[in-house]
Design a protein around this ligand. Sequence first.
Ligand code: BTN
Length: 136
Amino acid sequence: VLLLLSLALVAPGFFATQCNLTGKWINDLGSNMTIEAVSRKGDFAGSYFTAVTASNNKIQVSPLLGYLNNTDTQPVFGFTVQWNFTESVTVFTGQCFVDAEGKEVLKTMWLLRSHVDHITDDWKATRVGTNNFTRL
Ligand code: BTN
């Protein structure tokens, strides 16, 4: 009985599946993202192909740089996308979860800063939202 009890206590931590950021992802808007290898320090690079834009420009694949806080099986991360087809930047922050079906999902929030011509337009320059990413 004691053995079973201690197994039940230890098991969730012991069998916890690692959520891994590296690879290809798609979000609820249909945007695609590729994250390259994460270094020992936790930094990573990648590319982002957004399905939507607030600009009138033709969408192009854009680079991203980020950090993963590598200390947990469901780690926290943040990254910045430098949009190369318009004057704006998005920062994402989120956590890599393994859901009840064992599927990895990235739950994120983002801030999109767009360029405005004048300081009086600053109030309307930042959008906020959420995106969920699953493996492609
Ligand atoms: C821009 O229009 O200024 C650049 C593209 C912004 C795309 C945003 S970033 C947050 C949201 N999630 C996406 O996948 N695309 C949009």
